[in-house]
Design a protein around this ligand. Structure first.
Ligand code: TXA
Ligand code: MG
Length: 339
């Protein structure tokens, strides 16, 4: 599907250290181009959410199945309120966590500013106000909602720096706006506020417990969608996948395995492992989240064929890390189903 797409002209990388870069990138986006942009979670592949042709280009560049709806990014609450109906709960969550790594699924108010293809035909819209200063500058200059799935080929690990984006999408997109590593490192938490009670569609950069504190009650998981129209396809099994086979909760390292560890833990067999990467030697889950995707890419680059992962704590960001590692370890589908 994707390889038949003619490659656009050479991808340009613009350094965000250059004060004019965000404006230049926004001009390319407004003209219908594809722009990878930094956020605090991961890099997004941006296009004008109201331009169906540009959005189709995002699906094509990623090789993403067309039934997967995309998140639209806006610079502030006012822009979000013009696009989605914010319930009281949604307003509370937006006030507490925007700008930041939270995405809200809301009834859509403007079916043109976020086109059908961007919503995959749903009458809801996923909205996020990121906190990364370069993302905010870029979105303000764009002056319209910007779709932004992670800027990787479908089924690959999400990019947490500009080099990861280039490795997957060089020659397929117009611009990479480079602002260095993404500080959070896992995608936003997605909360569905389109129904009667908020539900969790995807764990992410904001811990469930922090959301529950603001809501004043428990945040249940969303009921699983059907296979044709999953309510958050990001929850499908194999996703965020490195090439290597991943084995979770390893109490020992088998011969031939690389080791992905945390907090300096060295299980039996570690001394014979060819490669040992520690997500956070000090045992800090924030640092582990920020390092996760880079570590999986690095293990691929080093040629690891099997990775043993030590058990990690599940509290706070540990839920999102466990979710992504679970996908990395899931049996692989024949066609990529991830985003
Ligand atoms: O941190 C993030 O959220 C990153 C950065 C770039 O902002 N973006 C990201 O977007 O992860 P994406 O498109 O890779 O993931 C969007 C998820 C998908 O699982 C998609 O199915 C779900 O959000 N989604 C989007 N619109 C939806 C809707 N209307 N209803 C339910 N789920 C939706
Ligand atoms: Mg993604």
């Amino acid at each position: 599907m994707t390889d038949s797409r003619p490659l656009p002209h050479a991808t340009r990388t613009l350094s965000a250290r250059d004060g004019a870069a965000a404006r230049e990138a926004a001009q390319v986006l407004r003209a219908g181009g594809l722009v990878a942009f930094p956020t605090e979670t991961v890099y997004g592949l941006g296009a004008d959410a109201g331009d169906a042709r540009a959005v189709a280009g995002v699906y094509a560049a990623k090789g993403r199945p067309a039934f997967n709806p995309l998140i639209s990014h806006v610079p502030d609450m006012a822009a979000a309120a013009a696009l989605g109906d914010l319930s009281d709960a949604a307003t509370q969550l937006a006030a507490a966590f925007w700008p930041g790594p939270l995405t809200l699924v809301l009834p859509c108010r403007d079916m043109e500013a976020v086109c059908d293809l961007a919503r995959a035909g749903l009458d809801t819209v996923a909205l996020r106000v990121p906190s990364h200063p370069v993302a905010l500058a870029f979105l303000k200059e764009a002056g319209r909602p910007v779709v932004g799935p992670s800027a990787n080929r479908s089924g690959h690990v999400s990019p947490t720096d500009a080099a990861h984006v280039a490795a997957d999408l060089d020659g397929r997109i117009d611009v990479i706006l480079d602002a260095g590593p993404s500080p959070v490192g896992v995608e936003s938490t997605i909360v569905d506020c389109s129904g009667e009670r908020p539900t969790l569609l995807r764990p992410g950069g904001i811990a469930r417990a922090d959301i529950e504190r603001v809501l004043g009650h428990a945040l249940p998981d969303a009921a699983a969608g059907d296979a044709e129209r999953p309510n958050a396809p990001g929850r499908l099994a194999s996703h965020y996948a490195p090439r290597a086979k991943v084995r979770l909760d390893a109490g020992a390292v088998a011969p031939g395995e690389a080791l992905l560890t945390f907090g300096g833990v060295l299980p039996p067999g570690a001394e014979a492992a060819g490669t040992v990467l520690d997500l956070s030697p000090s045992g800090d889950l924030l640092e582990a989240a920020a390092n996760l995707y880079g570590a999986l890419r690095r293990l691929d680059d080093l040629g690891a064929t099997a990775i043993a992962v030590v058990p990690l704590p599940r509290e706070g960001l540990g839920e999102a890390i466990a979710d992504r590692l679970g996908r990395a370890a899931a049996p692989r589908p024949l066609i990529p189903d991830g985003d």
